[in-house]
Ligand binder design. Structure first.
Ligand code: IPM
Ligand code: MG
Length: 370
């Protein structure tokens, strides 16, 4: 066994390959310049993988994922993926990867970047001081609950069913993660639910409160209904520190929150499984944006969500917080020069493509001190 940390890089579909090419270049820069003990290997995934191997997640990708110290994932989805047989998707896809690695804690940091204030749909004064983390439960809830499916009723009508289900254990483990995270930040956690309508939401609120009272009373806890939260995210996002959500609500609220950063294309994410007997935990890092098939292959996608996901991997799984901070500074420096991809184009900015944005980050890295 080598002592090198193993990173598996998966391009995926849509704009995945383009943005991951830039993420790879950045990671390679750190390995060669910073002499980091990291070894990368590529993993095949998606519609292309299915064509070649009959599986969306081929066996050797699945095996590599299991032993990786960190997984970098591009994006999944789009017309080619949609056309794959449902059976193949059930066997293995991004959601199955999340489930099989038990990635229950998904972190989506939302930080307003001054250079992008003009790219945001929110007013400058609303953006001031925005720095929070959405902690999304990722392994349960509406995404995975049973029963699910589409059935034909006796009267010939069809019915689609999904189940919003959470156990107290599932709620507590993500809430614990959230409280511990809050302790490393500003010690405030806001838990989101729909307890005025849903039983699963009532249980969510009760369990979060009970864990707080038993073990985390030093953290300031508040509860917010999800509809109000959607409004608060665009009204006064600076009020949040750690925002704890279930799987579905976190998916929706993180897209809305992205506007505080100027674009969904800016958001990185990190997902963690439980700590295993060997002290290691599965960790997957992916931009939040998804596959964006409409702009795929055009070289215009924003690679910064993917590049900032590399920073999260360096900090949270690869034991390189210094490199992570340096990379985040380089991204801020690159943006401060006024360059922007299409999604963050603003008055006074100069438009560049995916590769040129990667170039700018690498140039900024070369300028920064370790
Ligand atoms: C996300 C994405 C995914 C999700 C899709 C691609 C399945 O929207 O990570 O936010 O819904 O979880
Ligand atoms: Mg989403």
């Amino acid at each position: 066994m080598s002592n090198l940390k193993q990173v598996v890089v998966i391009d995926g579909e849509g704009i995945g390959p383009e943005v991951m090419a830039e993420a790879r270049r950045v990671l390679r820069w750190f390995v060669s310049e910073g002499k980091l003990g990291i070894e990368t290997r590529d993993g095949l995934y998606g519609a292309e993988a299915y064509r070649r191997t009959g599986k969306i997640v081929p066996d050797d990708t699945a095996a590599a994922l299991k032993s990786a110290d960190a997984i970098l994932f591009g994006a999944t989805g789009g017309p080619d993926y949609d056309a794959l047989p449902p059976e193949a998707k059930r066997q293995g896809n991004l959601l199955r990867i999340r489930k099989s690695l038990d990635l229950f804690a998904n972190l989506r940091p939302i930080v307003a970047i001054p250079a992008l204030a003009e790219a945001s749909s929110l007013k400058n004064r609303v953006l001031e001081g925005v720095d929070f983390v959405i902690l999304r439960e990722l392994s349960s809830g509406l995404y995975f609950g049973e029963p699910r499916g589409i059935e034909t009723l006796p009267n010939g009508e069809r019915r689609g069913v999904n189940t919003h289900s959470y156990t107290s254990g599932e709620i507590r483990r993500v809430a614990r993660f959230g409280f511990e995270l809050a302790r490393m930040r500003r010690r405030r956690l806001c838990s989101v639910d729909k307890s005025n309508v849903m039983e699963a939401g009532q249980l969510w609120r009760q369990e979060v409160q009970a864990l707080h009272d038993a073990e985390f009373s030093d953290v300031e806890l508040s509860h917010m209904l999800v509809d109000n939260c959607a409004m608060q995210i665009v009204r006064a996002p600076a009020q949040f520190d750690v925002l704890l959500t279930d799987n579905m609500f976190g998916d929706i609220l993180s897209d809305a929150a992205a506007m505080a950063t100027g674009s969904l294309g800016m958001l990185p994410s990190a997902s963690f499984g439980p700590v295993g007997a060997d002290g290691k935990r599965a960790a997957l890092f992916e931009p939040v944006h998804g596959s964006a098939p409409d702009i795929a292959g055009k070289g215009v996608a924003n690679p910064l969500g993917a590049i900032l996901s590399v920073a999260l991997a360096l900090r949270l799984s690869l034991g390189e917080p210094g490199a992570a901070a340096r990379l985040e500074r380089a991204v801020a420096d690159a943006l401060a020069t006024g360059i922007c991809t299409r999604d963050i184009l603003h008055d006074g900015g100069s438009l560049v493509g995916t590769r040129a944005m990667g170039d700018a980050v690498l140039a900024a890295l070369a300028r920064t001190e370790a």
